[in-house]
Design a binder for this molecule. Structure first.
Ligand SMILES: [Zn+2]
Ligand SMILES: [Zn+2]
Length: 452
């Protein structure tokens, strides 16, 4: 069967996360988004595992669902959403900070297991090494290789995936404190790594430029710190919905892993180089021109993902290796609505429209990907429908993210939005009151929008 999974998220026990990252809200938001499987996040945290045990029940396939009591409570408060089909996979992220080959390394790894008992065993071992209660994503002085060994000892079926492998500060290939090769990081255990998480700031074509990545499944997850950010990126499967089937699929040539739903990489926080505080945003060529030095503060700028990929790549842009999988680029529906309404994403009007659409029309991912545009138009109006069409066609502009700041998506200019809204009024209200100034009937421009 086909399903969509977001495997890497965080609970309310992680730093800087929403209080709403609890089992109920994660389940509700998974349903709103159209996710079939969502990671629990933070399985190393004892209180979180306690909470999971109170709310979830094993489904017999190495996955979990809300227990019947919780389901009936929730279904009343969230009518119209299919909560019973949402599954959880036990997952967590560990931050390792350690010395290797004479340099400080900071690497995040995503770990998944099929049972909470396996999570208990791994957590017990980690608690001998460092504090796993201070943060849902614990920081340990444990070498990535040794963490992998420990996980394999406690659970043979563990899925161990280097997380957001390109981010500058905390990742396998990170420019600041990562490695140049996977082998350097995992040594003799490298063959146990079969998948890589590419992160928000890179997309599959960027990763295809490294032949060294051909032997891995390239997965994408939201790394959400609040339930509303679930499914920013996710994975498409076509196999049995079980832990074992997912594990078998997550290899370079594993059948059943169809591909990924992605951010536009420019939306990510570390696509370009630069200094946020100094207001410097550079593409790699500009950085090289300045010798990498910020003209405002005189320090080295933070190298972004695009630049780092370029540094390690052994293929030119545009090469598509044989093992490449399907992928689609998306913009979150809230951003599309905000751009269509000409307002910020945090406003009540955006929230109202979002809730109306995901409850009455379809889950977010379906609206973005497959719901016919005339149905979206009927429910949301012409401008939002046009926004979805533009996202599907890739007709938008993005000021790329840099040094920790998200990219800024622009789907409509003010002039385009006003024009579209004006047209929509004429078409939907033919007998409305007489025109107050502006264009007279018949003067409405029907020219196509300029290409972007
Ligand atoms: Zn991380
Ligand atoms: Zn600076």
């Amino acid at each position: 069967m086909q399903f969509i999974a977001d495997l890497h998220i965080h609970s309310h026990y992680s730093m800087a996360t929403s209080k709403k990252c609890d089992p109920y809200n994660l389940c509700i938001w998974a349903a709103k988004k159209g996710l079939d499987i969502v990671g629990t996040g933070d399985f190393t945290h004892p209180a979180w595992r306690e909470e999971l045990r109170e709310s979830l029940v094993e489904d017999g396939q190495g996955l979990f669902r809300l227990n019947d009591e919780r389901l009936s409570e929730l279904s009343k408060s969230a009518p119209g959403l299919d909560l019973s089909s949402v599954r959880f996979v036990v997952s967590g992220e560990i931050s390792s900070i350690y010395k290797r080959h004479g340099r400080t390394r900071k690497v995040h790894n995503l770990v998944m297991v099929p049972t909470l008992d396996a999570a208990d065993r791994i957590a017990a071992r980690l608690s001998e090494i460092g504090n796993i209660e201070a943060d849902g994503r614990p920081i340990l002085g444990l070498d990535s290789r040794d963490l992998l060994e420990l996980c394999l000892e406690e659970c043979e079926e563990v899925m161990f995936v280097p997380a957001h492998i390109w981010t500058p500060h905390f990742s396998l290939f990170g420019a600041k404190s990562g490695f140049d090769t996977v082998e350097e990081c995992f040594g003799d255990l490298v063959d146990h790594i079969t998948a890589m998480e590419t992160g928000l700031s890179s997309d599959p074509p960027m990763n295809w430029r490294l032949s060294a990545l051909d032997r891995f499944a390239l997965i994408s997850n939201s790394d959400a710190h609040s339930p509303g950010n679930l499914a920013r990126e996710s994975n498409l499967f076509d196999c049995e919905m079980s832990y074992t089937a997912i594990r078998n699929a997550l290899t370079a040539d594993g059948g059943g892993f169809v591909g990924t739903l992605e951010f536009f990489p420019e939306e990510g926080k570390y696509h370009y180089d630069g200094h946020r505080k100094c207001g410097i945003r550079w593409d790699p060529a500009q950085t090289n021109l300045h010798g990498g030095v910020c003209p405002v503060c005189g320090k080295q700028v933070t190298q972004g993902v695009l630049h780092r990929v370029d540094e390690l790549a052994d293929r030119p842009e545009g090469v598509r290796p044989q093992v490449a999988r399907h992928f689609e680029r998306l913009v979150p529906l809230r951003s599309v609505i905000a751009s269509a309404l000409g307002t910020s994403e945090q406003t009540v009007s955006v929230t109202r429209m979002y809730e109306l659409l995901v409850h009455s029309l379809a889950p977010e991912l379906a609206i973005l990907r497959t719901v016919p545009l005339d149905e979206i138009k009927a429910a949301a109006g012409a401008v939002i429908a046009e926004g979805v069409r533009r996202v599907r066609e890739g007709q938008l502009s993005i000021a790329p993210g840099f040094d920790g700041e998200y990219g800024k998506v622009e789907i409509f200019t003010d002039a385009e939005r006003n024009e579209l809204a004006g047209q929509a009024k004429l078409f939907t209200m033919p007998h409305s009151e007489p025109h107050r100034g502006g264009k007279k009937p018949g003067e409405t421009s029907s020219e196509p929008l300029p290409p972007r």
